[in-house]
Design a protein around this ligand. Structure first.
Ligand SMILES: C[S@@+](CC[C@H](N)C(=O)[O-])C[C@H]1O[C@@H](n2cnc3c(N)ncnc32)[C@H](O)[C@@H]1O
Ligand code: SF4
Length: 419
């Protein structure tokens, strides 16, 4: 689909963006390049969620820029400006996230993908994902996604227990996520993920086992499982503070993680990142691997974050301001930071250690490698992988116990990371 006539020319938009990109090094073209597009709409707000998303009531009266079509216009403008800055660089992965992308329908999601295609082009075999909420999907929705070129869907299942879904304020019924996964596959979506949340107050081990049974009955090739985080400022945090709900317990969360890992492993899935399991390499989420492996990505949409060659920036959060800035020919940037060598080294350790492929020991200095040796002696890292004589120079790979204590291992290694 062609950009709307009222969109600024790529040159105008690029001028606005380039003013904010002074001194940015030109990214290496061999680095994977992703585009993230943020959809800031939800039918209602789940009590635990602090993502940048708005209900229709919250946006009422804030102008036409905050309608789904106004948002789409603004995203097209941002992508036109992005392409003028980035230059010719086909996109390896696209991820439309939210918020609730399925709420805006397959046609608008297809229009987003058309804009990415028109502005950058898609690399052969590009991975194209959209998040979706089970209750706003249907066979027709998935057929529309396939027609548009989406290859992957990530569904927010969270749990199969009604009382857990109720605590989380989720709108879908327990069986809907599994049914949606089958519908997606039947429509021709090649890769389907289900998101789970565990250790919700009131959830039992049996509830979690039932959720995992449901996940396995859905025939998906990817599962993400996150321990419930009580985010400040959310309705969940207020309920915990008032004593209405118990705070999630760390020991319970650790035991639940083991149940998840045991169950998914027994079913033939492998962890490839601490919170992510897939049936094989081809089912891993390439877009997220780009985040974890120093890739470049342009994040379009309100509040979206971007990273190009050591420069990181983020957009204004409110959809009205975002749309207004783009309509005025301005880049919607709210702030930026340039990552120094030390920060990049720190991030590499934090992110790569969470991957099953591990952290190359070459990224640590002698004292960092000594810390890795001590972590292995404590059972937190795989001792055999630390072999410096290995062709890859050895790697720090978390054991399962290490995965449960990943933050601590990172801290231990980071005290010794070279600048
Ligand atoms: C922000 S949602 C966006 C996609 C979609 N609206 C949904 O709810 O599935 C993406 C995922 O983040 C996870 N998530 C969000 N807030 C969380 C929290 N406080 N604790 C744990 N997981 C959370 C959920 O698993 C959710 O599926
Ligand atoms: S549907 Fe997803 S994005 Fe929307 S409030 Fe709930 S968790 Fe957050």
């Amino acid at each position: 689909m062609a950009p709307q006539a009222c969109a600024p020319s790529a040159g105008e938009a690029a001028g606005a963006r380039a003013a904010n990109l002074d001194g940015v090094p030109v990214p290496e073209s061999s680095t994977p390049f992703g585009v993230y597009v943020h959809v800031p709409f939800c039918a209602s707000r789940c009590g635990y969620c602090d993502f940048n998303t708005y209900t229709a009531d919250e946006l009422a009266g804030s102008g036409s820029g905050t309608s789904p079509d106004g948002w789409l216009d603004a995203v097209r403008r941002e992508l036109a400006g992005a392409a003028a800055v980035v230059g010719e660089r086909p996109v390896d992965t696209v991820f439309v996230g939210g918020g609730t992308p399925s709420l805006i329908g397959a046609e608008r999601l297809g229009a987003v993908l058309d804009a990415v295609r028109a502005e950058f082009g898609l690399a052969p075999g590009a991975e194209v994902t959209t998040e979706s909420n089970p209750e706003s999907t249907s066979p027709e929705f998935f057929a529309g996604l396939v027609d548009a070129g989406f290859t992957r869907v990530s569904l927010g299942m969270q749990s199969a227990a009604q009382h857990v879904l109720a605590v989380l304020d989720r709108r879908h019924t327990p069986g809907r996520a599994v049914a949606a996964a089958w519908e997606a596959r039947a429509a021709g979506i090649g890769h389907v993920n289900l998101d789970l949340i565990y250790s919700t107050p009131g959830e039992t081990d049996d509830d979690l086992r039932a959720s995992l049974d449901a996940v396995l009955s859905a025939g998906v090739d990817h599962v993400s499982a996150y321990s419930l985080i009580v985010e400040d400022g959310t309705a969940l945090a207020r309920r915990v503070r008032r004593g209405e709900l118990a705070a999630p317990d760390d020991d319970v969360a650790a035991a639940r993680y083991e149940i998840i890992d045991d169950t998914l492993s027994a079913a033939g899935m492998r962890w490839y990142e601490v919170s992510n399991w897939a049936t094989g390499d081809a089912a891993a989420c390439r877009h997220n691997l780009g985040y974890w492996l120093d890739g470049d990505w342009w994040g379009a949409g309100p509040g979206a974050h971007s990273h190009l060659a050591g420069r990181r920036w983020w957009n204004v959060k409110h959809p009205a301001r975002y749309a207004a800035m783009l309509a005025a020919g301005e880049a919607p940037e709210a702030g930026y930071e340039l990552l120094g060598a030390e920060e990049q080294a720190t991030e590499r350790v934090m992110l790569r250690l969470r991957l099953a492929t591990g952290l190359p020991l070459d990224l640590l200095d002698a004292s960092g490698r000594a810390a890795a040796g001590r972590a292995a002696a404590e059972g937190l890292l795989e001792p055999a992988a630390l072999d410096r004589a290995a062709p890859d120079g050895g790697r720090a790979i978390l054991t399962r116990r290490g995965r449960l204590l990943a933050d601590r291992v990172v801290t231990d290694l980071l005290t010794a990371v070279p600048a």
